[in-house]
Design a protein around this ligand. Structure first.
Ligand SMILES: [Zn+2]
Length: 225
């Protein structure tokens, strides 16, 4: 997929680079047409992703994050069972000795999520089964429906660290106080030792000013705790 090659190149520029994101198998296939033929390639896509993760581990990456918006979206709309979701994640990351992370979001289609229903609850049936399969789970919790479900963060298995995506990449820059309020609220459900704070998704479709503005305020807010 080219991520390991990019990691080797970027590591030469900055040797402190530790974490790399790669797309999951459904994401690799998402833009291929016709859809039926693409879906028939799922086994091969899993093998390709797993091979890439192995290459990243061999290249010295400490943490690999599987970006899986399609698993999140299909879980929310009921098109993927918890068992299927767990299998896709487990097989993609099988046999790799790095810190394993997943990122669950509902995508970013021009500042809009891919589906109109936004909840966190629908992800919990598979997230609850991820102990021993991943080490960290990043959950987007910035859409109102997701935020309303924030108490289910307490259902993430205790073996896992939680990365709470409370800084919304799709809105104007929040105030530091607003972000701090979100962190305080999330701390009601996740112990501070297990909690990371993050943006809800990637900043690839935002301006540099918005990305830097939000990340700076996020760091300021996190330092209050
Ligand atoms: Zn995302």
């Amino acid at each position: 997929l080219g991520y390991a090659e990019a990691f080797r190149r970027e590591s030469q520029i900055d040797s402190s680079l530790e974490k790399v994101s790669v797309p999951g198998p459904l994401e690799v296939l998402a833009h291929l047409r016709p859809v039926e033929k693409a879906q028939a390639q799922l086994r091969q896509a899993i093998a390709i992703v797993n091979h890439e993760v192995q290459l990243l581990a061999a290249a010295g990456a400490c943490e690999v994050q599987l970006d899986i918006p399609y698993i999140a979206v299909y879980s929310v709309v009921g098109q993927l069972s918890p068992t299927q979701a767990v299998d896709l994640i487990a097989q993609s990351l099988a046999g790799v000795k790095v810190t394993k992370t997943i990122h669950c979001c509902l995508g970013d289609l021009g500042s809009k999520p891919a589906i109109p229903v936004h909840n966190l609850n629908a992800l919990m049936p598979f997230v609850k089964q991820l102990a021993g399969i991943v080490d960290k789970v990043h959950l987007e919790c910035s859409h109102p429906g997701q935020w309303a479900d924030r108490a289910c963060l307490r259902d993430v298995p205790k073996e896992l660290e939680v990365i709470a995506g409370v800084v919304d990449v799709k809105t104007p820059v929040e105030t530091t106080d607003e972000i701090a309020d979100h962190i305080r609220e999330v701390l009601r459900f996740v112990e501070p030792e297990r909690l990371w704070i993050a943006p809800s998704c990637g900043f690839g479709r935002r301006t540099t000013d918005i990305a830097i503005g939000k990340l700076s305020r996020m760091v300021e807010a996190a330092r209050r705790f």
